[in-house]
Structure formats: C-alpha cells, structure tokens
Design a protein around this ligand. Structure first.
Ligand SMILES: [Zn+2]
Length: 297
C-alpha cells in the first residue's frame, strides 16, 4: 500500500504567474490582476524579520525559506530554497480585476473590523455572523494562497468548489476551520500547506495515485497573522474529513459552526510546539500510516 503526499512550508514566495497567463481562479474570466496574498492592512502583522533575526544568518534577514517535501513510499524528497523578500511581499496574479474589486473587496471590508482585534489578540465576541464572515475570509485566503505557486500538485480546491464559494461566500462544506491565539517564538512558517490525493476512504485511503499527475483532493493549510493562528483541513473524502481533528486543546472550531459566541482571546495560548503539531497533524498522520505499513511489509 503506497502513500503519496506533497507538503510545502512557505514563508513567502515570489509570484511565478506572468502577465496575461490564465484565468481567474474564481469566475474563470481572463484579465488577471497581480495582488498581495495578504491584504495590505495585514502587512504590519507580517513583519517577521525582527523575530526571525536571531535564527538566521545576517545576510538572510530579509529573505525567507520555501521548503517542499514530497513523501513517497520509501523516501522523502526535501527541497529548501532561499527566496528574496518578506512574507508580506508575496503576490500572485490569479484573480481577475472584477472579482478583486467587487465581492473579494466586500469580504475584506466585512472581515476587517473583527479580524484586526483577532490578530492583535484583543477581547471580542464572535457571534455566528462574525464567524461566518471570518470562515469565508479564511476560505478566500486559502484558495488564493494555494495558487501562489504554479505547482498544480499543491492545489486541492476544484474550480467548481471555488465557483460555489464565489456564489455563496460560504466556507466549503467539506472543510473544517479552527482558530487559535498564538504567541510566536521560534516557529517560522507564515503559511504551511500540505496537499495529498487520497483515492479511497477505506483504510484511511492511503492508496498511491496511478502513474499520472497527482490531483490533490485533501489539504491542510495553516497560516499566522499577528496572534491569530488559523488551521484549515479539507477533503472530498467524507471519512478522511470526519476523522481529522486538531491534536491539541485551546483552539476554537469556526467551521462548521460549533459554539456562539466564541469569546476572544481564549484561555489557552498556543505554543510553538502546538502550532507545529496542528500544522503538520495531517502530514504526520499520513507519514505514520506509511511507515507502519513499511514495517508490516
Ligand atoms: Zn474573477
């Protein structure tokens, strides 16, 4: 039984899309515009060179690392790349001007009044309306962020799912979203994204894809803005989705709705270890299954 997963840890990344290429990932129309992955009003909360500073060589202060891990049946391929620029400089040309200026802009504006207190760690209640908008904003971010690279092996949302999201502004039914209050120390990722193709949901669905390009249907995406820690898990395989949970307490489930209001900040502050455990819970689960089967055989 074979396992295949592609996992990426991204601090920030230069856009690899070029002018005139492709169509809007939401509406499918041409006329793309180059936009920041993180809205500009969030940039003050992404200036991580200061805290990254003690852990990097002097010359790397304003750069970031991009790590790609391909886990296969008998080996892990790891690629580390040093790229120029900080996390907030990451931009991509994947949405059209109309989408960007209309519904995406509206969603940013709706989310901003309570997103800012969350990234600052300030006290605020999140009722169902705020939770719904926040879940939608997070969904929009994840759908854009997974397209920041031209690598199709990390894109886990389908065009139909993105179109449905654009039409409804509701987080996808096959996603779970959690949020946590996090004080960063040494854990470096700003965005961590793992994607996998799971072709059967029996025996945890750990069957290798046939010899064709991998088409992910399952992903785990984590991102941190200021003190807001966000973790998203999505899978079109119901059993895989149902079984995936976060391995530590102290996070609040935002989607599907769980409680109202969610009072912020929660009693528990996430540590670096918590952040790492949550971000890579899915990757570790797949690795564990793979390794146990390697031993069996
Ligand atoms: Zn569009």
């Amino acid at each position: 039984m074979l396992a295949y997963i592609l996992s990426r840890v991204v601090l920030a990344k230069k856009p690899s899309f070029t002018r005139g290429q492709g169509r809007c990932i939401f509406c499918g129309e041409p006329g793309l515009t180059k936009e920041h992955i993180f809205a500009e009003w969030l940039h003050p909360f992404l200036l991580f060179a200061e805290w990254l500073h003690p852990f990097l060589p002097k010359s790397d202060e304003l750069n970031h690392y991009d790590r790609t891990v391909i886990i296969q049946i008998n080996r892990d391929d790891v690629e580390n790349k040093l790229r120029a620029g900080e996390a907030h400089s990451g931009r991509a040309r994947v949405v059209c001007r109309k989408c960007n200026n209309e519904w995406m802009s509206v969603l940013q504006t709706e989310a901003k009044p309570f997103l800012l207190p969350l990234v600052r760690g300030e006290r605020i209640p999140l009722f169902i309306r705020q939770q719904s908008i926040l879940a939608a904003w997070i969904s929009m971010f994840v759908m854009v962020a997974e397209h920041r690279d031209s690598d199709r092996r990390v894109i886990a949302t389908s065009p139909a799912a993105r179109r449905a999201f654009m039409d409804t502004r509701r987080a996808p039914k096959h996603w779970k979203i959690w949020i946590g209050h996090y004080e960063r120390h040494k854990w470096v990722p700003v965005v961590a994204h793992s994607a996998a193709e799971i072709v059967s949901d029996t025996h945890d669905g750990m069957y290798a894809p046939p010899n064709r390009p991998v088409a992910p249907n399952t992903h785990a995406t984590t991102f941190v803005v200021g003190k807001l820690f966000v973790h998203v898990f999505g899978s079109t395989m119901p059993r895989v989705l149902r079984k995936q949970d976060v391995p530590v307490s102290g996070v609040s489930r935002l989607w599907p709705f769980w409680e109202s209001p969610i009072w912020w900040p929660p009693k528990v502050t996430l540590t670096d270890n918590d952040a790492d455990a949550i971000a890579f819970a899915f990757t570790n689960r797949l690795k564990g299954l793979r390794d146990s089967r390697l031993i069996e055989h």
